[in-house]
Design a protein around this ligand. Sequence first.
Ligand code: G6P
Length: 478
Amino acid sequence: MPDVPSDGYDLVVVANRLPVDVSLDEAGEISWTRSPGGLVTALAPVMAGADGAWVGWGGSPGLDLEPFDVDGTHLVPVTLSADDVERYYEGFANDTLWPLYHDVIAPPAFHRQWWEAYQRVNRRFAEAAAAQAARGGTVWVHDYQLQLVPRLLRELRPDLRIGYFHHIPFPPLEIFAQLPWRTQVVEGLLGADLVGFQRGGDAANFVRVVRRLTDLTTRGQVVTLSTDGKVDRHVRAAAFPISIDSGAFDALARTPQVQARAREIRDELGNPTTLLLGVDRLDYTKGIRHRIKAYGELLEDSRLSASTTTLVQVASPSRENVDAYAQLRDEVELLVGRINGDHGQVGHAPVQYLHQSFPMEEMAALYLAADVMLVTALRDGMNLVAKEYVAARSDERGALVLSEFTGAADELTGAVLVNPHDIEGMKDAITYAVHMDQREARKRMRRLRRRVLGHDVAAWSREFLAVLTAVPTREHHV
Ligand code: G6P
């Protein structure tokens, strides 16, 4: 066993990204901004309330930094070289695992050199976590970039409780089995005591994969690891649907500044009768093209009026060095240009496309300004944008059109559910949402808000950590 730090942390989070993107300014001082994505959104409030450490990458290649503290959390940067970024992050994580785990919407690429880099970087994260955790402490590993960490960490530190949460979908066996290194990945995950997923279906897919690809016995969602007939330990798989800091988001959207900004946005758009909104990372899993195509056809068929309707599409830049993402950007921009060219007028474009990221305040104002929110992902682990929209609508107005293929659809049954592959069905659903009478909209929004406000991210992490903490560790046996 390596050295157990004498003043280690009881809770260590390990995620590919730190909660901040770090860079060095000209004077060599560290400066940072909040990093993108659902994972950071979810965990930031959890860590704010705990005395913990967070091991992750600062977002720039080659940057080698000492640990530093932000808002009471000890941040431990892991260095990724330019080659690691290319092969581990852009390659294996985002051009192999990401498309494979999202229903092969884009074809996954399998390269042995990327796999080598994935193993090497996962080991680096495991070593960094092993050096931070107190004896008998808890380490919570996050997401598909780090699936080998639970096992590597257990080898280094058998005294720890190890939890893993998978933020994205876990695919059916028939898809997962394409991965040339499928057994190593499953064994990596089985290093954890608890493997959490967004939906029951993801946990069931994982257990089926374990049954088919290993010799281990499973009972319900519990896997038993044993040597010579003697039980070593159990691994539990279960669903813990993630949420947002709903109370804080609700409060933010109620502030006079945000309310005023929402009105200003509608004004600046020329006070459209109907304002539709899409907010996504620019990712091929999000169904942005399908949504814009449906909208364009509604204008074409005059089911929506091009002069009184606006679609605001925020598409925040993401993974721009991965070809599939660069290609998607071209396709989306072509489509937007066509629709605006065909249906625009001087001073009015029916699609307002913003390839930018915005602060929370501006997002809350956009949610408040929008009559209909369009979340049409082809596959999505959860989708926190849907939950943010609901949390922002304390006025109990607005309608949510939500893809069946998001984790959120399991919970947000008050939404208008759509199959984004079915363009005609989506056109009908959008039209229905646009014309929904106020009584129905209010009834649906109340139902949505009960769910989102009643189950926030603090409840999510509490529930996960409670189950994890109930697991006896080696410490308790010796
Ligand atoms: C999703 C993933 C996260 C990831 C985020 C942003 O939410 O589940 O693990 O951090 O996307 O993607 P990026 O590649 O920029 O970290």
